[in-house]
Design a protein around this ligand. Structure first.
Ligand SMILES: O=C(O)CCC(=O)C(=O)O
Ligand SMILES: [Fe+2]
Length: 242
């Protein structure tokens, strides 16, 4: 995975379709930070189609609401205060949207379109291609392909919610293999706690004598993630396990 993933400086178009130099996988990507506007760099946003900015802002506003509903429901399902997870996101949560274009790849046996990883976000929303499947999730050492479901949103738990839920909600390893015939498009929206807001930690209400704390507290998980990836650690979440 790209070492600068979720870096605040990362914005704009990245092409990664080089046979001998692979970071994230065989993909071309557009990364855009969605407000707070202090971070959004609208100059890097496509100027055409003209309604692009309005549609993305409206769409992500709806996702923000959905993110809150889901985080509250997840907390309530564990008999926690409904704001328990949401509080850890701070008032200035981050939202990175990525537009993935996976062109056909002449080396499908050698390269992945998106290498195996777990998301460093809190919650990720994925809009998959209508016609070409590709997203696979690892469960019990087997890859399972996510079925096509046009108009459905795939909701993926990220590393930070795995920590907050003390491992009850798992941040799955997933990947996209390459396809040598068909191109594929997906959109992924990463909701992340505000990096400087406070520590990310397991909810107190989930820890007792029978259920010990499984993760260390961490300040700025995204930085932890980047630093670990830079040192060749493929699953930065594991470094926080007690
Ligand atoms: O293309 C997909 O379906 C998944 C994308 C993904 O996992 C990511 O961007 O982190
Ligand atoms: Fe992902």
């Amino acid at each position: 995975m790209n070492t600068s993933f979720l870096d605040e400086a990362l914005e704009g178009y990245v092409c990664n379709t080089h046979k001998d130099y692979q970071t994230i996988g065989w993909t071309e990507r557009l990364y855009l930070h969605v407000p707070p506007e202090s971070i959004s760099n609208f100059q890097k946003w496509p100027q055409k189609p003209e309604n692009f900015r309005r549609v993305l802002l409206e769409y992500t506003e709806k996702l923000r609401v959905l993110n809150e509903i889901i985080l509250k429901a997840m907390a309530k399902s564990l008999n926690l205060d409904e704001n328990c997870f949401l509080h850890q996101f701070g008032g200035n949560q981050r939202l990175l949207s990525t537009f993935n274009f996976y062109p056909p790849c002449p080396w499908p046996d050698v390269l992945d379109a998106n290498k195996p990883h777990s998301d460093p976000s809190g919650i990720t929303f994925i809009l998959q291609d209508d016609e070409v499947e590709g997203l696979q999730v690892l469960k019990k050492n087997q890859w399972h392909t996510t079925p096509l479901a046009p108009d459905a949103i795939v909701v993926n738990v990220g590393d930070q919610v795995e920590i907050m839920s003390n491992g009850i909600f798992k941040s799955p390893i997933h990947r996209v293999p390459t396809n040598n015939k068909r191109e594929r498009i997906s959109l992924a929206f990463f909701f992340c706690p505000e990096p400087s807001f406070g520590e990310i930690k397991p909810a107190e209400g989930l820890i007792d004598e029978k259920n010990p704390r499984l993760y260390k507290n961490v300040i700025d998980y995204l930085r932890h993630f980047r630093e670990n990836i830079q040192h060749g650690i493929t699953r930065p979440l594991d470094a926080l396990k007690i």
